[in-house]
Design a protein around this ligand. Sequence first.
Ligand code: LER
Ligand code: MN
Length: 270
Amino acid sequence: MQSAITISLVEEARGGPFVYWDGLADGCRRAAAAGFDAVELFVPGPDAVDRAELRSLLGQHGLKLAAVGTGAGWVKHKLSLTDADADQRTKAIAFIKRIIDFAAEFNAPAIIGSMQGRYGDGLSKDGALGLLRDALNELGPCAAGKGQRLIYEPLNRYETNLFNTIGAGTELLKSLDTDAVTLLADLFHMHIEETDLPAAIRDNAASIGHVHFVDSNRRAAGFGHMDHAAIIAALKDIGYAGYLCAEALPLPDSDAAATKTIETIRRLTA
Ligand code: LER
Ligand code: MN
């Protein structure tokens, strides 16, 4: 397992669960100093990051790019894959395709979280689920064409009413025509929705492609009451070799959140 930490470049998301907020250079420097293997970026859009600058910063600090989040499509532009309006859905798909391409230039996958949307507002549950499947069936092959998977993130009930558990996410993957989509197990969402986190990991072993490694209160792993030892034991059991990425609130500050995360990862993966 490898470690990663989030950098948000989206001003509108301030207050959200990302560790670094002060730009790419600052985030990369601090991530490397704290000992992380990689960074995960939350970008305002596909052209917001200067490719040459990112390549240079990753090289200079010996970091990899773990993944790129697409959530700004929702936060900034209110784009969703399950919008009742077809033009809005077309724009949402185009936005994600361009982030898939950007991330793939750095050998990283894109993540679909809040851009999945929700049903209601003119759409039935079945209608929304059908639209989400159609979108993933279109976007999965785009990612595969670039040598990547596409990461789909089940969210807790307060953020979506589509898929809330890893088991439901696995059923979604099975219903797709593409095998390029994999699941993001975000421990905070799982803490709200799952009956038993280690069991959910073991039961859905083949579906899990990325982990948001965080605590029960969305603070860094070690600052809440989650049993990370049992979770890491389950991830070891399934042979998980992907990232443990800190998508956590910068509390009491970014550096303390980073240090607590890396201590927890090292203690439990040693
Ligand atoms: C995105 O990764 C996520 O988990 C959201 O709940 C954060 O806004
Ligand atoms: Mn997450």
